[in-house]
Design a protein around this ligand. Structure first.
Ligand SMILES: NC(=O)c1ccc[n+]([C@@H]2O[C@H](COP(=O)([O-])OP(=O)(O)OC[C@H]3O[C@@H](n4cnc5c(N)ncnc54)[C@H](OP(=O)(O)O)[C@@H]3O)[C@@H](O)[C@H]2O)c1
Length: 343
């Protein structure tokens, strides 16, 4: 039997629709060729989804648990019908089909986090064991299915789960930085949060002592924390939605040269033009922020006559999880910052 790489056969009643778009998927056993069955320990619900569930439940954990169980029973996956979003899960391999590309590695008991969304992951919840509203997490007993195309990360035994998950959530960003930063470049990172800090750490490594690193954020405190641990050479405290003001500050900080590469990791909308104006002609912008508008970026670059290569920050790059966890291991100060902020 051929492998159903994308899980199309698990979609109920909508032929040709991918599991993420489907209303319902079939989470039943037995396992099909190419799939992995996972005994689920925890669901990390997407922040927007958890917020909605919490508000709808008036903050009552039992009601949140009931709402999640209801969604999963109805849809066969944890896709919040209001926000459309999912999250990720942690669990242990229960069974791996011999046809899965990593069958030799995925032995029963292997602990992993799925890096594909819960919005496409067939799931059954037998019991909600606990709700942790502060970290958007539910501990559950249940079973999930990962398709052959589903990316995952084996959870390291030397890092706490919460630390590893915080970093894995944005691991596509530093992987892209590794691909595009070369020694001698001037690199500007917008947004000094999780992905921004990892991008700066990876850029520092890739610059190999040549070039410069600028970090821009609206919060002077976040910038100080990054500067304090040597993750950037210059900081710019500015609102990234104010493109012209940002341009002035970047021009000043780079002696008029502007940046060779801008990585947009800001968590707000309307920061496209700050990125485009801050990069030199012929330079590159990586838009990792989910708040990026294709229209604003494309029309905006055209509007100011800027020849700039613009990349959509794909959340996946081969080896992205390992690269990111290695950054945390190799940079104790970065790890401490993550532990203080996100664990
Ligand atoms: N492309 C992908 O595959 C992918 C995957 C995961 C996440 N993302 C996206 O990447 C973005 C960053 O994620 P993250 O986890 O790094 O977020 P984060 O930790 O919240 O960091 C975002 C930073 O942007 C700052 N910021 C907010 N408003 C700003 C403004 N007007 N000007 C300048 N800086 C501002 C925030 O400051 P405050 O904390 O002071 O507000 C924060 O330091 C989000 O849009 C997220 O959805 C993309």
């Amino acid at each position: 039997m051929a492998i159903d790489r994308y899980g199309l056969g698990r979609v109920i009643g909508e032929p040709g629709v991918l599991p993420q778009r489907a209303q319902r998927v079939d989470p039943s056993m037995p396992l099909r060729p190419g799939e992995v069955a996972i005994d689920v320990e925890s669901l990390n619900i997407d922040a927007a989804s958890f917020k909605q569930l919490k508000e709808a439940a008036g903050g009552d954990s039992a009601k949140i648990a009931a709402a999640v169980q209801d969604i999963v029973r109805t849809r066969g996956k944890m896709q919040n019908p209001v926000t459309g979003s999912g999250g990720m899960l942690i669990g242990r391999v229960r069974e791996c089909s011999p046809e899965h590309p990593d069958a030799a590695r995925l032995k029963p008991g292997t602990r992993l986090a799925t890096l594909v969304s819960l919005t496409l992951t067939p799931l059954v919840i037998d019991e909600v064991v606990a709700v942790h509203p502060a970290i958007d997490r539910l501990d559950v007993k249940g079973r999930a299915i990962l398709f052959a195309s589903g990316i995952y990360a084996e959870l390291p035994s030397d890092l706490p789960d919460t630390l590893a998950l915080a970093a894995l959530d944005v691991c596509g960003a530093p992987a892209l930085v590794a691909r595009y930063v070369r020694p001698g470049m001037k690199v500007l990172v917008l947004g000094a949060g999780k992905s921004g800090a990892l991008c700066l750490a990876q850029a520092r490594k890739a610059l190999a002592g040549q070039g410069s690193l600028l970090a821009l954020d609206i919060s002077p405190k976040a910038l100080e924390a990054l500067k304090g641990i040597g993750l950037c050479d210059h900081t710019i405290a500015a609102d990234a939605t104010q493109a012209v003001a940002v341009l002035d500050r970047v021009r000043e900080a780079t002696g008029g040269a502007l940046a060779d590469l801008v990585v947009n990791c800001a968590s707000v909308a309307q920061t496209e033009m700050a990125s485009i104006l801050s990069v030199r002609d012929g330079g590159t912008v990586i838009f990792f922020s989910m708040a990026t508008s294709f229209t604003s970026a494309a029309l905006g670059a055209e509007g100011v006559g800027k020849d700039v290569t613009m990349l959509v920050g794909n959340g996946y790059a081969p080896g992205h999880a390992a690269l990111t966890l290695e950054l945390l291991r190799a940079e104790p100060k970065l790890r401490r910052l993550f532990e203080e902020r996100y664990v």
